[in-house]
Design a protein around this ligand. Structure first.
Ligand code: FEO
Ligand code: CA
Ligand code: CA
Length: 611
């Protein structure tokens, strides 16, 4: 990611872009930018839209081509066995050196003209596709195999005549899984709540899992975000759940992974602090396969979606963070020290020291960042926060204490490459309006919201370190064919031709196109009739125009995107095709097991993607 210094001129550009949006009292629908700006033909979007699809394949626009880069189970080294469709033949030992399952967020690190590194999250597993017994007769060996399929895959890419390809001989290839040694760093390092029998000092964790989305730093490191970590813990013993465990969804009952039955580290009765060592952002140096990943506790503990990093005008590092759960929050980290563009080693621990904030959105279109600092805003020992480490370990409870806005499941955050504009997907929230702490209003304007929306904010004076911001809704997803004339039709930039539900992954290319990926209901029925399989769209952030770019195979989610620096190759993730045994044979066809895969998209004429 290039440094994103924000000049005064750039800020004026952003306010001009928002000029048509007025923050006077509006209905939820008309608060959307799309209602204020009439979508017109856009110079940013240069491809022909693809229709909704229910086919078991990836469809891209005319003039584009899509190929498979790598799939779950592909060997990352020359001496490793291939994935077997005879599932009992797959082993933990092989999986530890094969591409992990359920690829999610990813970042590309250019090395030279012919070489690049792609760091890819491997979020979770689908036991119904992984085991012949479909998870019903788990063994210790099965749990070991599942643990090995989680984490991160770092892969070397080489530029061949036919384009960018995975290099099995590449020197950066590495697997990080649920048992890889990691360091715990920052203000919560060593805290009593992070101490376990295996690690009485509370500073050396094992592994990372449920790695959802991602981020990257300008000093060349990868950020992987631990999301639904709670589901891996449990116990067959009687365990009293603390309010803190309950807030994070930790429960004794098996959520389906069964790890605790075979690995005592995940048994709440035996290791009650182990869950506190997950739910963090982990920083990885992908250039050094021997480097130790670091859990950065200053960024708070919650169900992290992604980590969107931008260098503020004054040189401090700002990281925007979403907590993906109904009624949870959006956070911002601001480093104490400044980014040093000429001495990358000096930036190594920038993410250990800074201030964490949580967002409050007001009805009038204003908003503010509330500090999560010990001694401020009621974050005191009397209220249950004895130290800054307490606040970070239980960031959700601290956010409630300071009065943060409860959101419709914050997913990815993306910062515009040239304007101080920040976008966050709020994927859906069936509970909105039904729970006292989740009232309808502000950026969460629809009760029982099955479609989701994208909120946008502009920080005061264009400074990502500012205390305040102005917000609007960039779009509201919906179904105009089913719900015309109601807020569930979506904002006016949503039509029969581009409708979708549940925006999740988002990211900008260098030209400022906003790419939107969906993880929603793919039934193509009822509220979702006409929307087909999950998909990827492209939006012009200034006009509000939205155009469908890609459709995925059956029962998949589209998640993860990365561009090469020349913007002529786009990597896109297809996650869990055929989940829950919905019939899919993607990507290999025949009678093969469906496998999550990273795809490579190029233009037949070699041009810039999306233009
Ligand atoms: Fe892993 Fe919130 O998506
Ligand atoms: Ca996601
Ligand atoms: Ca999701």
């Amino acid at each position: 990611m290039a440094e994103r210094g924000l000049s005064r001129r750039r800020f004026l550009g952003a306010t001009a872009a928002l000029g048509a949006v007025t923050f006077f009292s509006m209905t939820p629908v008309s608060r959307s930018i799309a209602a204020a700006l009439s979508p017109t033909a856009s110079s940013l979007l240069g491809f022909k839209a693809v229709p909704a699809s229910t086919a078991d394949t990836v469809v891209v626009p005319e003039g584009y081509q899509v190929e498979r880069l790598i799939s779950w189970g592909d060997p990352l080294f020359t001496d490793v066995a291939e994935f077997s469709n005879q599932l009992h033949k797959n082993t933990a030992a092989n999986q530890k050196r094969q591409f992990g399952d359920n690829n999610d967020g990813m970042s590309l690190f250019p090395v030279d003209e012919q070489t690049a590194i792609l760091a890819v999250n491997n979020e979770y597993t689908n036991y119904e596709l992984m085991f012949e017994h479909q998870g019903k007769n788990m063994t210790a060996a099965d749990v070991g195999y599942a643990q090995a399929a989680h984490g991160v895959s770092v892969i070397t890419l080489a530029k061949a005549k036919e384009g960018w390809r995975f290099d099995k001989n590449g020197r950066f290839n590495r697997r990080i899984d649920a048992n890889t040694a990691m360091r715990i760093s920052g203000p919560a390092q060593g805290h009593a709540l992070l101490q376990t029998n295996a690690d009485p000092k509370g500073e050396a964790a094992l592994g990372t899992f449920n790695n959802c989305a991602n981020g990257m730093t300008p000093w060349g490191t990868y950020l992987t975000c631990e999301e639904n970590f709670n589901g891996y813990f449990g116990s067959d013993a009687q365990v009293d759940m603390s309010p803190e465990f309950s807030r994070y969804g930790i429960a004794a009952e098996d959520a389906g992974y069964s790890w605790y039955k075979f690995d005592s580290r995940f048994d709440l009765a035996k290791e009650p602090n182990e869950p506190n060592r997950f739910g963090w952002v982990v920083e990885i140096d992908p250039h050094n396969p021997n480097s130790t990943p670091v859990k950065r506790t200053a960024l708070g503990r919650f169900k992290h979606e992604n980590a969107e990093l931008v260098i503020a005008e004054d040189g401090r590092v700002v990281v925007y963070l979403g907590d993906d759960e109904r009624g949870e929050h959006i956070y911002r980290f601001v480093s104490r020290n400044k980014y040093n563009p000429v001495d990358q080693a000096a930036n190594r621990d920038l993410l250990d020291d800074g201030e964490l904030f949580v967002a409050k959105f007001n009805e009038d279109g204003s908003g503010e960042w509330l500090s999560l600092t010990h001694g401020q805003n009621g974050l005191t020992a009397e209220n249950g926060f004895a130290s800054q480490a307490d606040i970070l370990i239980h960031a959700r409870l601290a956010a409630t204490q300071v009065g943060a806005t409860t959101m419709d499941r914050p997913e990815w955050v993306a910062v515009h490459p040239h304007e101080p504009m920040v976008f966050c997907t709020l994927t859906n929230n069936k509970n909105r309006g039904l729970k006292d702490n989740q009232p309808v209003g502000g950026p969460n304007p629809r009760a029982e919201n099955h479609y989701g929306q994208i909120v946008r904010w502009v920080p005061t004076a264009g400074q990502h370190t500012a205390k305040d911001f102005q917000w609007d809704l960039f779009l509201m997803a919906g179904n105009p064919d089913i719900h015309g004339g109601t807020p569930y039709a979506g904002s006016s930039n949503i039509t029969t031709d581009n409708m979708f539900n549940s925006p999740d992954g988002i990211g900008f290319d260098q030209a400022g196109r906003l790419w939107i990926q969906s993880d929603g209901n793919y039934s193509n029925q009822g509220d979702f009739a006409g929307q087909g399989n999950n998909q990827m769209l492209c939006a012009d952030p200034k006009t509000g125009e939205v155009r469908r770019f890609l459709t995925g195979p059956v029962a998949c989610e589209i998640t993860g995107l990365a561009f090469t620096p020349d913007q002529k190759t786009l990597f896109v993730g297809v996650q869990h095709p055929g989940e829950k045994l919905v019939a899919s044979q993607f990507p290999f066809g025949g009678n093969s097991v469906p496998r999550s895969s990273v795809m490579v998209i190029t233009r037949e004429d070699g041009g810039v993607i999306g233009s």
